[in-house]
Design a protein around this ligand. Sequence first.
Ligand SMILES: Nc1nc2c(ncn2[C@@H]2O[C@H](COP(=O)(O)OP(=O)(O)OP(=O)(O)O)[C@@H](O)[C@H]2O)c(=O)[nH]1
Ligand SMILES: [Mg+2]
Length: 202
Amino acid sequence: MSSPNEHSPTIEAVILAGGMARRMGGEDKGLVELNNQPMISHTINRLAPQVQRIMINANRNQQRYSEFGYQVMSDIDSGYLGPLAGMITAMGHTQAELLLVVPCDCPLLPHDLASRMLATMQQTGAELVVASDGKREQPVVLLLKPSLRDSMKAFLDAGERKIDFWYAKHHYEVTSFADQPNAFINVNTPEQKQQLADQIAQ
Ligand SMILES: Nc1nc2c(ncn2[C@@H]2O[C@H](COP(=O)(O)OP(=O)(O)OP(=O)(O)O)[C@@H](O)[C@H]2O)c(=O)[nH]1
Ligand SMILES: [Mg+2]
């Protein structure tokens, strides 16, 4: 039971599905089927119990994405500026105190992703928290305060695109999920998709 002093902030999530997926031959990666389900369905299933609301960020096939039953939003800037463009769009739409960002191509995300990243944020006072698989940071898996939007806008307006440079401007901390490294398996190519499909089927 949570104590009366313990504040449990509202968290909404955005699934980034707005990239060009060049390594997937330009197919819309969130809609590519993995074991008979669109890749984004796997991500939705992992996230839905963890957050108050899910948003989908997509720059094509918006009608198809809306069939999952969540709000779909396209990048404010349509120039395929990279993941930050999707994040800043969602930061402008969220009503929540915190925004959880994940990519559409990590179908096995941790079931305790939001709670552990929140714990890191509360313990450290960080403005943003990035996940790690124990070896490497996962730069598009993060929990952040939507109030950082102005800072991100200034960064993008200055022509900057590199996500880790923006993180470095803020108090950021890392949550390690070294206990479940497979949770961040990232599907960028048809070969990686086949490998994961075989692994899941086993
Ligand atoms: N909104 C938005 N998301 C992006 C953009 N570029 C990449 N992403 C997302 O960021 C995440 C990580 O990017 P990648 O895995 O490299 O995806 P990608 O850029 O579509 O794929 P490649 O072209 O093969 O590099 C994915 O969830 C992408 O959908 C963009 O310009 N806008
Ligand atoms: Mg990827």
